[in-house]
Design a protein around this ligand. Structure first.
Ligand SMILES: Nc1ncnc2c1ncn2[C@@H]1O[C@H](COP(=O)(O)OP(=O)(O)OP(=O)(O)O)[C@@H](O)[C@H]1O
Length: 598
């Protein structure tokens, strides 16, 4: 935390120095008021002239004005500094989130990241913007007022020590409990976010399996944990703050008592007692401020720990490529892979896809096709064996290089709540208007030009919703712009109706020309059109060859093709339902055929 914190503030040393100087001048002005008042009391007691009293009053006015001007200046600098620190922290957070390895995000759940960004980032930002500058400024003020008190009367300044036994045990008591309590509160807030997001995202599954009661109970459990954590914090606060408030009267009372005795036995002037009493009251303000902010700073630090924690995720990204791929060839050698500590889902897959070749991958649900796609795109790394693109192991390539060279298109095509232009520019930040339109034309998305605001039309989120086909076209236009050597299509057109899927596949032809393509196919026509077909079963490549070779081999693919072909002729369409299978031979064929056919 200290490293993260100093890393944030170090570049701002000039602003910190300016704010410190201004607050020092303002505090000296603040301390001058009571001192001049004490002086005035003594002068009046000695029967001074009115012109002298006027002069002291004028100096007091000057002190007040100095305090006002420099207090404003220090606040101005400090608040701007705080805003900048908050912004830097937010930008760093977003940057780190975008670099998080996908498996880490999947393990943590989107709710966790959501809570960190929606609750922890603002809390930590408030600490950096308000808490920290105020605590620093109040500390300086406190020190200067304290020095003034010691200067006019070291004896009376001892009265301030009465605060220590009153406050210190309370502080220790509070600080021992508060950090964990706030961290706990933040954690359960995250759990609530995660539980609610999971219920909402999986609402159909929840409904289908009648899990509503269980999900409700899970949410209730999180909420009651949050309630317990919040109640504990409230208990800490209700003890800490009233105890603080009542202790503030002690030093002033002690100054009046000690000062009164010393005045009456003639060892102290009335002016010094008055000035000391006023300074002791003035001292309370920054002390109270600091103590009040210590509580918020506790909360802010807990939040900052969670925000900065995102950067602590083990970074396996190589950052600099030792070697760059020579072309878009993909080679898998004896690849084994397991999710987490589970059993292997790929059992020694070996595949060689020359640059520019199109390979279709077919197989039953759970055969490992999507896992294969994740490994080739570098989302996951093999447990053993190697995955290389252009002769370089994928895991040795920096994230940015991998993203440039391999694009994975799935059936989930996310449209960001932003103009069409921004949705496309994700793939190529500096794309010109001509490039954007050319990419849209390549994928047949001529509808963009017809929109009222063209590329500037807001889409996604609560804006005009795009249908699945249009959203898919945007995703494909991004591929054109990103211009990767390797494209992996993971059932990319599965969500589209047959007509839209056919249109999209036509558009795809233009997008895929000249690239290495690995198409996880749900339509056998895709396999037919590919140069080679890999049939996956139980995490292994069961058959590999061209469409014609596999038909000749009379194996799984051949019987699947025969069944599908028969069905397409029968139904005269590609829209067969999952039950309408014919032809047997393979146990997964019936269950799979419906999906394979779309
Ligand atoms: N995130 C995950 N965590 C644990 N196991 C997983 C995960 N994703 C997939 N699996 C398991 O890995 C195996 C291979 O799944 P994969 O999704 O690669 O198959 P698939 O052939 O693409 O199936 P489908 O056609 O249904 O998408 C399956 O047994 C699946 O249950």
């Amino acid at each position: 935390m200290w490293k993260a914190f100093t890393g944030l503030v170090r570049p701002e040393w000039k602003a910190i120095a300016a704010a410190t100087l201004f607050i020092m001048i303002s505090s000296v002005g603040g301390a001058a008021g009571p001192l001049l008042l004490g002086y005035m009391v003594d002068e009046v007691g000695n029967g001074t002239s009115t012109s002298r009293v006027d002069l002291i009053a004028a100096l007091m006015l000057l002190a007040v004005l100095t305090t006002a001007v420099f207090s404003f200046a220090s606040t101005w600098v400090a608040v701007r500094l705080g805003e900048r620190l908050g912004a830097t922290m937010r930008e760093r957070f977003v940057d780190r989130c975008l670099r998080l390895p996908l498996p880490v995000v999947e393990r943590a759940g989107s709710g966790d990241l959501m809570t960190r960004s929606s609750a922890d980032v603002p809390e930590a930002g408030a600490m950096l913007r308000d808490g920290l500058p105020n605590v620093i400024m109040s500390s300086i003020q406190m020190l200067i007022f304290m020095a003034a008190l010691v200067w006019i009367s070291p004896t009376l300044s001892i009265a301030m020590l009465f605060l220590v036994p009153a406050i210190l045990p309370m502080m220790i008591w509070f600080l021992r409990r508060a950090p964990d309590a706030y961290l706990r509160e933040r954690e359960v807030e995250s759990e609530i976010g995660e539980t609610l997001a999971a219920s909402a995202d999986g609402s159909r599954t929840v409904e289908a399996y009648g899990l509503a009661q269980r999900r409700r109970e899970a949410s209730d459990e999180c909420i009651s944990q949050h309630w317990a954590a919040s109640r504990y914090i409230l208990r800490l606060r209700t003890v800490f703050f009233p105890a603080l408030d009542s202790s503030y009267a002690l030093p002033t009372a002690a100054i009046f008592l000690m000062g009164g005795v010393m005045y009456f036995n003639g060892s102290m002037s009335l002016g010094v007692v008055a000035a000391a009493a006023m300074l002791s009251r003035q001292l309370i303000l920054p002390i109270d401020y600091i103590l009040m902010w210590i509580e918020r700073v506790q909360r802010g630090i807990a939040a900052l720990a969670r925000v900065e924690g995102v950067g602590e995720v083990e970074d396996t990204d190589p950052k600099v490529a030792q070697q760059l791929p020579t072309d878009g060839a993909v080679t898998l050698r004896q690849v084994r892979f397991a999710y987490g500590d589970g059993n292997d889902v790929l059992h020694g897959v070996t595949l060689e896809i020359p640059a520019g070749q199109r390979l279709a991958v077919v197989g039953p649900s759970g055969a490992g096709k999507s896992t294969l796609a994740r490994l080739i795109s570098g989302v996951d790394s093999p447990r053993s064996g190697s995955v290389e693109i252009g002769g370089v192991p994928v895991e040795d390539l920096p994230l940015i290089e991998r993203r440039k060279r391999v694009s994975l298109v799935t059936q989930d095509h996310y449209v960001f709540a932003a103009p069409v232009r921004d949705n496309l520019a994700l793939a190529k930040e500096d794309a010109t208007e001509e490039e954007l339109f050319a990419a849209l034309t390549t994928v047949g998305a001529t509808w963009v030009a017809e929109l009222e605001s063209g590329l500037d039309t807001q889409v996604g989120g609560t804006n005009a919703e795009l249908d699945a086909a249009k959203a898919q076209q945007l995703a494909l236009a991004r591929i054109v712009l990103a211009d990767p050597e390797i494209v992996i299509l993971d059932e990319a057109t599965a969500m589209l109706d047959p007509q839209a899927a056919r249109d999209t596949e036509r558009a795809l032809e233009a997008v895929l020309a000249g690239r290495t393509v690995i198409a996880i196919a749900h339509r056998l026509q895709t396999a037919h059109d590919a140069e080679r077909v890999a049939v996956m079963e139980d995490g292994r490549v069961a058959e590999l060859g061209s469409h014609d070779e596999l038909l000749e081999r009379q194996g799984t693919y051949a019987s699947l093709w025969a069944a599908w072909h028969g069905e397409s002729v029968l139904a005269n369409s590609e829209t067969l339902g999952s039950g309408s299978t014919s032809g047997g031979g393979n146990q997964w064929q019936g269950e799979r055929l419906g999906r394979l056919l779309g």
